[in-house]
Design a protein around this ligand. Sequence first.
Ligand code: GDP
Length: 564
Amino acid sequence: MQLEAMDGNNKRARWMVGAALTAVVVVVVTTVLILGGRNVGGAPATARVWAAVASFRQGSIDLSSSPPAAARHDDRLYNGLLTDSFDEESCHSRYQSAMYRGKPGRRPSAYLISKLRRHEALQRRCGPGTTAYSNALEQLRAGSMSTIAPPECAYIVSISYSGLGNRILAAASAFLYAVLTDRVLLVDPSNDMDDLFCEPFPGTTWLLPPGFPVANYTGFGVDTAESYGNMVRNKVVVESGGVADAASTAGRRLPLPAFAYVHLHNDATVEDNYFFCDGDQRLLRRVQWLAVRTDSYIVPGLFLVQAFQGELDRMFPERDAVFHHLGRYLFHPSNHVWGLVTRYYDAYLATAQQRVGIQVRVFGAQPNSPELLEQITSCTQKQKLLPELRLATGEPTPPPPPVPASRARSKAVLVTSLKSWYYEKLKSMYWEHAAATGEAVSVHQPSHEEYQRSGARSHEHKAWAEMYLLSLTDVLVTTGVSTFGYVAQGLAGVRPWVLYKSTNSSAVPDPPCGWDVSMEPCFHKPPSYDCRLKQWTADISKDVPYIQHCHDLTWGLKLVGRNK
Ligand code: GDP
């Protein structure tokens, strides 16, 4: 009885919510049609309605002052980057994220889109559950040696370790390599990689199924005998480092194992880094299974391989948008994480006129740093990202704003950090003092986990939600050399203001920050062996016009939009 009554109440409540939503949509749609003559950038009516509803959800429709509804981004497939063939319920973020973004971001090239669709077909044809996959596993179990040119279905397993930002950049790098070499990408599900993201490829899984026959592969390291570097050193493969061309030596038909481990962690040896050489890539094509271990964004290294350059140029005519596209294509928060993102965004960030993200990467044992706080305030105020304080300039307290707070210009600041101290200080500053511009500044921090606890589920959920929330801000300030910030800036499509590392921990660097040269992540440990010249080099990027050193790590490399 009671259950039935509750059921009746629930139905009524649902009906009332439904009726209220319908009324809202009718009002919004009518508003859009009435305002139809205003600048809508040629967007079709349905898109305008979609954008208006999106704006309404975000509370950003203010008929007196807000820009036309269509100013909000309305292409939920990111200009064709995503395919329409998923069940929306399985992954809300995939088709909803675009309406949370202030700017649409860069447009993917038609060639990239066609490569992605072709790659999706490959993942389906050769992925887990197919006969091709079972056969390939058989070859691996049997330890077969191969002399034939590239097998029909080949695989790369991305090992998931280290912090979440590292894992995301590693998987994105492995994916680009997979696209370039026609390999199926399989992601090792460790560290909650199976729980944080939706599946990116329709009709198949990107997760490596249980029972992978290579024992302890997740624990492989620089000394592992199966690593490509050690195979080179032990002469299991003879052609390497660009020293000889695979097609022109006696070793041309040398049998190769079905499996090789590619060690690109930051202790990689010179032989491991032969991975970035053309001759070695020709050899690796014949190895059916690769497992790669990296915690870095190795993509700039792939741009050093001559054989890949033509394809990369066609896929990414804008070289500074590689991770931007790969990230938006691959990493969709799972429904649980998306709930964390949207509830927070809707509650604290949606109504502000501008959102400023500040990522403060700190480490557990590090004391709170007044110098870093000063660096953050000095950077944000000098660059006019946040207003100066009225009292700090010695002026009298201003009169209350002439308009209600809800109509005043407002900024919402999203602080992400393992500690709450920086957030508390910033929040107090803008509460205790008026902004010189009269703006209302609110400061928010979703969590402060105190210590990095990679692999702990709820910690990982929060980390991913916060990275994603940062990517929904309009302006970003980041602490350098952090993959957490790199992921946010790439997904956002925003060049961050990077807080320079102080050489003297008790002094604030001058200038406190600089606008990064591109939104691309930095490759922290690039190779220093020039395969073409067959010699060591201090600057591997010198002949590549669109790769330059990172501001936040001088020996690191990053892709830039214009030639250096
Ligand atoms: P990196 O170490 O700065 O390159 O970034 P990673 O994301 O790879 O690793 C840092 C890890 O520490 C994150 O993945 C989180 O687990 C945790 N962490 C660091 N900063 C934050 C933060 O601001 N918020 C949350 N929730 N977790 C953080």
